[in-house]
Structure formats: C-alpha cells, structure tokens
Unconditional design. Structure first.
Length: 611
C-alpha cells in the first residue's frame, strides 16, 4: 500500500471491485482483507462526488438503494497513511468522519488502520463506578510538552496518588493549535497537536497496564464555529426545531446525525479502548425521538460489555438520566457551589442561589444535591417553569459525581484562578474541604494539580484568529459578565501566553504546603480504599448535620462507625466539646493537618472511628 502523504502524485488507480454496501460507516475504512480502502460519504446537495488523492480525483458511485439515497462510495487500492479529501461538486472538502487530520481541520485526512496495535490489555475489564476516583486532565497543559506521550509518563504518579480513573478533556479535532477542546468539529479525529492516534492507543494501553481506567469527555450538543463541514454534505444534520447556546440545533432524529453520534461513542470505546464517556452539557441535547439519544447512547455503550460507563454533565438535577435513560452518573454542580460559597463567601453570578455553610452542605450531602424542584432564581430556558431538579432518593451514592474544582469552575473565572489562590481561602480550609470530598461515598473527581494545591491557573484559552477570535473573547466576557471578576481585567483567550499559564508546574509539588497537600490527598485516597467503613458506598449508612459552623457526617455500619467533622468557621474548636446528637467514636483516624489530637482549627477536619 502506498503512503501518499510523502510520495509524489501517484498514477491513476482503478477502483477495487466491491459491492456497494449500504451498512458501512462513512469516511475512509480500510478493508478487513487489506486489499484497499472504502471511501464513503452521504451528500444530499450535490450529484458529483469524488475522493482526491495525490492531486487526482476518483469519482464515487452513488448508491441505487432508495433507503440509502445520496450515499456515494468507491474502493481504491490504498491503505493506512494515505492522505485524501472529498470533492463535492468540484470543491475540495475535508472529511467530517476523518480518523485523523494531521494538518488541521481544514486539511487532508489520513487513512487510519485500527487492527495494527498490539493491545496488552486483553484481560482488562474496567473499573466499576463505585471504585472510581476520577482525575480530570487536559492533555495540552498537563505536561510542558502537552502530548499523549508526555502524559503517559505521568500515569504511575496518578496511580501512586490513589487515582483509579483518568478523564481526558475532549480530544475531537478543533480549529487552531490549542484550546479546551469543546469546539470540536471532527468527532472521529483525535486532535493532532497532542500526537498521533497510535500515541493515544499507547496511552490507554499503558494506563490499563497499571490498573487505571481512562474516560473521555465528548461533546455531542454542538460543533465548533470553525471547521465544521457537515452542512457542506447535508443541511439535514441540523434542525431549526431546537436552538442551543452555540447556534442551530443538532437533529438527533435524523438517522445520519444519530449514527454519527452513536457510532462515535462506540469508536472511542472499541478502537481506543476507553472505559467510558463523560457527556458534555446534556441539558443542551433536546430530542423528540421515540427513544432519546441519551438512552440510545447508554444502550449502545453498555452493550459493548465490561464496565463501560456513561456520565452526564447536566445541571438540571434529573434522576431520570440514570433511572430512565440508564446513564451511570451525573456531575453535581450543587456540591461544588455550596463548597465554593462556604469557603469564599462568593455571591455573584449563580453563587447567589446557594447559601453555603455547614447547614447547606449537610442538606446537599443528605439529599444528593441542593435543588429538588425549587425555583431557580435566574431565567433558564432549559428549566421548565424555571423549576430546577427532582428528588434523587432513588440514586445510589456513586451516581453523584462530586468535585470542589473542575475545568469549568476554574476556567470560567476571569483569571482562571484556583480556589487556593483566593486570599480568603486558607490552604488548611482547602484540605478540610478535600477531606469531605474524598471521604464521602459519592464518586469524587479531582482536577489536574488539585492534589498539591497547584498555583497554576486554568483560564479559558483558544486559538481562533481574526474576527472569530475577537468574537469568542467578547462572548466570554458577556456570558460571565454577571460575575464580579469579569468587570475588570480578563485574560485574553487568544493570547498564547494565556494557554502557557495553564501548564502545570510539576516541580512545586515537592515543596512546602504543596507537598503537605499532596500527602493529605494520598492519605485520604488510601483511607477511601482500605478503611472498612469509608470503603463502603451506601447512602443509607450515612447521615449529615451541623452544629453551628461545624459540618458533621456520620457513618454507621456493621463494620464500625466513623464521624467526620469539618470546622467551616474561623474559631478553633475541640471535637469532644461539641454538642452533637451522637457520641463521638473514640479513635482519631485522620486529621487534615496531621495533628495527633481531634482539635479543629479554622478550616480543619477530622475523621474519628471505632472498629
């Protein structure tokens, strides 16, 4: 097979004799017998379709199957490494189903073969949700190099920390060199600046080899503003019935759009061996089909067998995402917001809808989230009647994904500053909050560098040029203008220096408060795994309450009893002198500051136990 990415223009090929199949995937697919590659598109707006290789156009035959009208395909005797573009009515057009776009989203695609990697994870069966401790990372800023290969070298450190599941921010190809990844336009092509597809496969394989699951954040609610060529093939991918915050809605009822989404989910799990997906902003995926697209996604993914999991980012607080659609878990913004208000006192933007403090946190822990049908004080078209949430009594603890930091909650601040960079939040209080996060039976998520209270910010950054770049920058200011920080200086997302600021400083974790915070996280994650009570995941064994500014959480099980106390106030206390509705267990299991006695300075937390 010739690799035309480096070879001169080849002589004209003769198509390989193959039946025109109506069930094959779109894009370029190497034939199982290795005799060639099938090129296949759905194009409703033009009659004349070809594939261009090495400067030569090869016409594609239109299917005569009335059920698959507008399908054009051909098979050529080329293989992996071949560069190509489709030509629609004489216009060269990138392949939206490309498996790799080495020159960016406006350039040629490369044919990729997926049967050549010698997987070492043949006995890998994944990690059940109740054993997941998620670590969210952005490949481009996780290391100075910003590559899969460099990130792979750090995996043993995450394993030693106690992480069990790595969650990568979106990888689908997007315009520009760097960005968060939520402006993807080629869902099947991993972003080229991070490395090649085989580098990504090696990353996942290496993670599995040391017992780490790998999840991927995927965006199925919109496409980015630059490089989306789907409409060139057919406007039917989109609909005016629904509008999203990013523009025209995706028509999930249209079978080709539906297959684009469901087959993409399967591809990441099948061809790259990801263990599960985090679905971005599912409140922005309206679908009036008989079977909702989320339910079909869950069915397709779970049908692959093993511990393949589906998580939703969805602020509506809807248990039906798990009980009816059969997703496995939901990101819970409410826990973060109550924590944020408790630690900082913030009341701008949506934080005004949260009280914070020990009482509010206790309620959120007992109920799973804060809003269970109350009126949301800000107008939101995704909330019928502006009522937010439903009671979540039916959900098990692991289905709530809790966090005190993530990419959004840091990056949606004007300077991208982390919680530990806020002057009114002490490192001790941050370690106390971390104790609550990691001791609860809900599934915890940690954002890169959080484990050592990283000083590096994570501002929003993108690499759009010209007027589009200006519009994106201004759009960010407008979207978050109700936050106090956006009234002053805002980091320019298009400035490369903003991207460089976000790169982790791995050296700092060895020093001072950073090193102490890292030890705290290691100890807590070890307790979460080995303690006979804290390793349980039952909501029924847990109750929470408060005494003044002290949050208490109590576990009562056959294996013993544990009590967590977190002093959210500013005055030092002694645990034994608190007027609690139960007797404290006698032994000090953990102190967030490493102290030998259960004294509670401002922001400090302890865990006591018996058995």
């Amino acid at each position: 097979m010739s690799n035309f990415s480096t070879a001169p223009a080849p002589p004209a090929f003769k198509p390989v004799s193959q039946p025109l199949s109506s069930g094959e995937r779109l894009g370029a697919q190497v034939l199982p017998d290795g005799t060639g590659t099938r090129f296949r598109v759905w194009a409703t707006e033009v009659q004349d379709v070809a594939v261009r290789i090495g400067g030569t156009d090869y016409p594609m035959e239109r299917s005569g199957d009335p059920d698959h009208d507008c399908i054009h395909q051909t098979v050529l005797p080329v293989g992996a490494g071949t560069r190509y573009q489709f030509v629609l009515g004489g216009v060269p057009t990138p392949d939206p189903y490309a498996r790799f776009l080495p020159g960016g989203v406006h350039g040629e695609a490369e044919v990729i073969a997926f049967n050549v990697h010698d997987w070492k994870d043949v006995n890998w069966d994944g990690v059940p949700l109740d054993q997941c401790v998620f670590y969210e990372l952005h490949v481009g800023t996780f290391t100075p190099e910003g590559t899969y290969q460099a990130a792979q070298a750090k995996l043993p450190e995450l394993k030693a920390l106690g992480i069990t599941a790595v969650e990568l921010m979106p990888l689908a190809a997007f315009a520009g060199e760097y960005g968060w990844g939520y402006d993807g336009v080629a869902l099947y092509a991993p972003h080229a600046p991070y490395g090649r597809p085989e580098d990504l496969r090696r990353f996942v394989d290496a993670a599995h080899n040391i017992g780490l699951a790998v999840f991927l954040d995927v965006v199925y609610n919109h496409f980015g503003p630059d490089g989306n060529y789907l409409k060139n093939y057919s406007p039917k991918y989109f609909t005016s019935k629904f509008q999203s915050a990013w523009g025209e809605g995706l028509d999930y009822a249209e079978r080709h759009m539906r297959r684009l989404i469901t087959e993409n989910a399967q591809m990441w799990l099948r061809d790259y061996h990801f263990d599960g997906l985090r679905l971005d902003a599912t409140q922005s995926m309206p679908d009036d089909s008989e079977v909702h697209i989320l339910q079909e996604l869950a069915s397709e993914v779970h049908g692959l067998g093993g511990h393949h999991l589906m998580l939703a980012e969805d602020y509506r607080n809807l248990p039906m995402l798990v009980t009816d659609y059969h997703l496995d878990g939901i990101w819970v913004d409410d826990f973060h917001h109550e924590m944020r208000v408790t630690l900082t006192g913030d009341q701008d933007g949506y934080y005004a809808a949260f009280q914070g403090g020990a009482a509010a946190l206790a309620n959120t822990i007992n109920r799973g989230w804060t809003y269970e049908g109350q009126t949301w004080p800000m107008e939101d078209h995704a909330l019928p009647g502006n009522l937010r949430g439903k009671p979540a009594d039916a959900l098990p603890a692991p289905s709530f994904v809790y966090f005190i930091q993530n990419h959004d909650q840091i990056g949606n601040r004007a300077q991208g500053d982390r919680m530990t960079d806020v002057e009114r939040v002490s490192v001790a209080a941050f370690r106390g909050a971390s104790t609550v996060l990691l001791a609860l039976p809900m599934t915890p998520l940690i954002f890169q560098g959080q484990e050592w209270a990283a000083s590096t910010p994570f501002p929003f950054f993108s690499n759009h040029h010209g007027q589009l770049g200006e519009l994106v920058s201004e759009g960010r200011k407008k979207e978050f203008g109700h936050f106090e920080g956006f009234s002053g200086h805002v980091l320019d997302p298009q400035d490369r220096a903003t991207f460089e600021l976000a790169k982790l400083d791995w050296a700092e974790k060895r020093d001072g408060e950073h090193a102490q915070t890292l030890r705290t996280y290691q100890q807590l994650l070890n307790l979460r795994k080995t303690d006979p009570v804290l390793s349980g995941r039952s909501r029924h064994a847990l109750t929470a309450g408060h005494v003044d500014a002290v949050l208490w959480v109590r576990w009562t099980t056959d294996e013993g009893e544990r009590a967590l106390l977190w002093n959210t106030g500013k005055t030092a206390l002694t645990a034994s002198k608190l007027d609690l509705p139960f007797d404290l267990p006698p032994s000090l299991t953990f102190h967030s500051e490493g102290k030998p006695t259960p004294t509670l300075g401002a922001g400090e937390a302890v865990i006591l136990g018996n058995g």
